[in-house]
Ligand binder design. Structure first.
Ligand code: ADP
Ligand code: MG
Length: 256
């Protein structure tokens, strides 16, 4: 059974078909990349998977269970986390606080209860300590110690991207959706990111679906690549198959 199965989904905006009868599957443990020109429908695809949008046609299944009509929270609580093309963090909160928000799906007592720990030793306090430990672990893994108590708005762009990745990991997902994780990163940051993404898959067994424009990175780390154009599948396969595919070269790789 595939980890993620997208079957014949169509999503339109006005007269525009952002996704047009698109189908593909991702196996557990894969690093699967989605590439295509700007406006091809890549972010819309992620928005359909995590139920920001509902496709007009087609279905999306996760571990064999249909998730097409769940809420975004419902999808997240099944273990699908994501990062966004434009970073979505709380800029007036610290790194630590943003990561703690990533934990809220796991908090039985809820954020308010843990925020008002007037009774030391209460259940909420114990839970908060457990969550802090998990967050500290992610901070260590991603080397974010120096930024733990800094406001996100004060952090360089590349670090904000890592905090967003950290927040997604704090949800302890089985499937991670990364929308252009390397955009705006310098070479060194991109090298680090490639290392983390491999590590996330190898050490935690998390399946990764990644939208990315940096072809070298895509070819380096992907097990398979899906190419979409005008919301349709143009090609799918191993990296070397896809980069040598004539239609892909014409539609995408040939662009200046
Ligand atoms: P990509 O991520 O591949 O660059 P998108 O999925 O963001 O592309 O967009 C695909 C197409 O759908 C584009 O033409 C875009 O303008 C359109 N689109 C995306 N979201 C919306 C929306 N909320 N309302 C109207 N049009 C949208
Ligand atoms: Mg996009």
């Amino acid at each position: 059974m595939p980890m993620l199965k997208v079957s014949h989904i169509t999503k339109t905006f006005g007269g525009l078909k952002a996704l047009d009868d698109l189908s593909f599957s991702v196996e557990k443990g894969e690093i699967y990349s989605v590439i295509g020109p700007n406006g091809a429908g890549k972010s819309t695809l992620f928005n359909c998977i995590n139920s920001i949008y509902t496709p007009e046609n087609g279905t999306i299944s996760y571990k064999g269970e249909e998730i097409t009509n769940l809420s975004s929270n419902g999808v997240a609580s099944l273990g699908i986390a994501r990062t966004f093309q434009n970073i979505e963090l709380f800029s007036r909160l610290t790194t630590m606080e943003n990561l703690m928000l990533g934990r809220h799906l796991h908090m039985k007592t809820g954020l308010l209860a843990s925020a008002s720990m007037w009774w030391r030793g209460s259940k909420a306090a114990q839970e908060e300590i457990k969550h802090r430990e998990k967050v500290e672990e992610i901070i260590d893994i991603l080397d974010l110690q120096a930024y733990r108590d800094k406001f996100v708005s004060q952090l360089p762009y590349g670090i904000q991207k890592m905090v967003e990745l950290g927040r997604a990991l704090c949800m302890e997902p089985d499937l991670l959706l990364l929308d252009e994780p390397a955009a705006g990163l310098n070479n060194e940051e991109r090298e680090d990111l490639i290392f983390w993404i491999r590590d996330i898959r190898d050490e935690f067994g998390i399946t990764v679906v990644m939208i990315e424009h940096n072809m070298q990175m895509v070819v380096d780390i992907s097990d398979r690549i899906l190419v979409i154009n005008f919301g349709k599948k143009l090609a799918e396969g191993l990296p070397e198959e896809v980069i040598n595919h004539q239609e892909v070269i014409n539609a995408y790789l040939g662009q200046p």
